[in-house]
Design a protein around this ligand. Structure first.
Ligand code: PMP
Length: 574
């Protein structure tokens, strides 16, 4: 190694601010340059203003090899930054790189003062790449294909198959304009609230604009060209959604306003017709209020009883104890596919079988699960599935109701008016068939069409690849957060959960923490997350929640940890 970080720190501290930026430049002078052959397109780091080539080589074929990094750039100042990175990571194993806080090095050198925000993004891009290669290498140890020794991990063939073919987080990130902006204070946002709403890729924004600018008209009404185009686009979107969740037909997909509205439609459209006093509705204490309050209301209106599936102490449904509440009195089992607080993934296929065995239907609140794991309504034998557009990288104001054909048939509409009728006379009206029966009035047309574009986007990246990527983030975040003193993460171990972490830290109120994280542009959510009964069960009034999506990086995880350490410093808890 040419120079060590300690030597860099020493030199740097001795210099006055004017000379420090010159020193940064000079640091790059001794860095070996890549030959033309070494400047390979596949090794280019994305997000840099200048060209940066970066490769990482495993020193041996052990389970946690030392990673040797080489990099070069066509910009001298970047070569200086590369020297700092190489010095920082010199001799580290893959797992050590993942645990190492490079931000501490940057902070000590006050790098933000000397380089532009764009350059800082580029630097972050390099760090992300190094961390991803290290993570993939660690991950590759558990994959069935053992990596060869002395392999260049940056080369595609050495990556785990799914990530290799379809997952380039920097490329994905570059498609989300909101994530690539520089905020007024010079920081870039670290968005960790996708559980509330995901950000939208350019493709979705463009689709909304295309409809508005080129052929907007009301749907299923006008026979002129715009109207016909809108109808076509809506039906194309419906078909994409059907295929995405494994529905046999498009007619079983109804556009709604979102998960909350749709759960109300199912509770009052199906439930009010089928429930009588003495019947039981089974939910869990971890449900979002949207899958809780409608059932509570339905129970009080019909004389049915609301009961709760037992949970294990770590927040999973206790299948062994299910018989204590599931019986032939149960008419509806309504459950989240993934908890919006604990991240718990529920065993839908098993629950669906057990519900059907006692003659009940199963309603799945897919608001959190559909964006993160492949959904198959037929394989899981789901009666009703609902989800929201804004959590699957689509627009707000649109949601989806899926129902088995016979269930939709036996569901009453709860909204009445235009489009949903078959015939109307002075004393009687009859209903159209689904989906029109559940689409009274004017649809959120632009949003419903753009939701199809969001599904295209997910399909292009691959839902399984997204899941795999998010699980890596979840693993890294869980490991790193657990090292923080006073940390309590709620929910089961990562094999049983998706990419949501809710936690509390001793002596820091979640609201204070969220505000301090915001100062570092780390955007998290705090509060009860619309799950008051769950928070009562957990014995707390509020938690901090970080939730991940396809565009998040290991650097985002690091920023969360750094932000928490910053908050601990501010509150003098360190
Ligand atoms: N269920 C779950 C599990 C959720 O996370 C949410 C949104 N936080 C909802 C339902 C409600 O969704 P919406 O606000 O889109 O109606």
């Amino acid at each position: 190694m040419l120079i060590t970080t300690e030597e860099i720190f020493e030199e740097f501290e001795d210099l006055d601010p004017r000379d420090q930026s010159q020193y940064l430049l000079e640091l790059g002078y001794d860095l070996p340059r890549f030959s033309a052959d070494q400047q390979k397109a596949e090794d280019l780091v994305q997000g840099c203003q200048s060209q940066v080539w970066l490769t990482a080589v495993a020193s041996d074929d052990s389970t946690d090899p030392v990673i040797s990094i080489k990099a070069d750039s066509d910009a001298e100042i970047v070569r200086g930054l590369i020297t700092i990175l190489l010095a920082s990571y010199d001799g580290m194993k893959a797992s050590e790189i993942l645990q190492f806080s490079i931000v501490d090095v940057f902070n000590r050198l006050k790098l933000k003062q000397y380089i532009s925000p764009q350059r800082h993004n580029g630097l972050q891009g390099m760090v992300d790449r190094i961390r991803e290669i290290s993570a993939m290498y660690c991950n590759a140890q558990t994959s069935p294909v053992a990596p060869a020794s002395n392999c260049n991990i940056a080369v595609k063939a050495k990556r785990p198959p799914v990530l290799q073919q379809s997952f380039d987080v920097q490329k994905i990130r570059s498609q989300f304009p909101v994530l690539n902006q520089i905020l007024e204070d010079g920081q870039t946002p670290v968005y960790l609230d996708s559980g509330a709403s995901a950000q939208k890729p350019q493709l979705v924004i463009d689709k909304e604009r295309e409809v508005e600018e080129q052929y907007f008209a009301n749907a299923y009404r006008g026979k002129y060209s715009f109207g016909a185009r809108i109808d076509e686009e809506l039906e194309a979107s419906r078909k994409k959604i059907a295929e995405f969740i494994g529905s046999a037909t498009s007619e079983q997909i109804c556009f709604t306003g979102g998960t909350t509205m749709t759960l109300n439609m199912v509770a009052f459209g199906w439930g009010r017709r089928h429930l009588k006093p003495g019947d039981e509705i089974l939910i869990t204490e971890m449900e979002h209020h949207a899958n809780f309050v409608p059932w509570q209301q339905l129970a009080s209106q019909t004389g049915a009883t609301l009961r709760f599936m037992p949970l294990t102490p770590d927040g999973r449904i206790d299948l062994e104890q299910l018989e204590t509440v599931l019986s032939n009195k149960t008419k509806i089992v309504a459950v989240t596919g993934m908890s919006n607080v604990l991240g718990t993934m529920t065993p839908i296929a098993e629950l669906s079988k057990r519900a059907h065995d006692v003659g009940a239907i199963i309603v799945v609140d897919g608001a959190q699960s559909v964006p993160h794991i492949a959904t198959d309504v037929v394989a899981d034998d789901i009666d009703f599935l609902v989800f929201s557009g804004h959590k699957v990288y689509g627009p707000t104001g649109v949601g989806v109701l899926y129902g088995k054909a016979e269930r939709l048939e036996e569901t009453d509409p709860i909204l009445f008016g235009g489009h949903m009728i078959s015939e109307v006379s002075k004393d009687h009206s009859s209903w159209a068939k689904a989906p029109a029966k559940f689409e009274a009035g004017t649809l959120p047309i632009v949003q419903a069409i753009a939701l199809g574009a969001a599904i295209d986007w997910i399909n292009e990246v691959g839902i399984d690849a997204i899941h795999q990527h998010e699980q890596q983030l979840l693993k890294a975040a869980t490991e790193q957060l657990n090292q923080i003193s006073g940390m309590k993460i709620f929910g089961p171990s990562i094999e049983h959960k998706g990419a949501i972490i809710s936690f509390r830290i001793d002596r820091i109120h979640p609201e204070d923490l969220a505000a301090m994280l915001d100062r570092k542009a780390v955007l998290t959510r705090h509060g009860h997350h619309c799950t008051m009964p769950l928070h009562t069960l957990l014995g707390v009034t509020a938690t901090t929640r970080a939730s991940f999506a396809a565009y998040n990086t290991l650097q985002d995880v690091q920023s969360l940890v750094d932000g928490i350490n910053f908050a601990r410093d501010v509150l003098k808890l360190s």
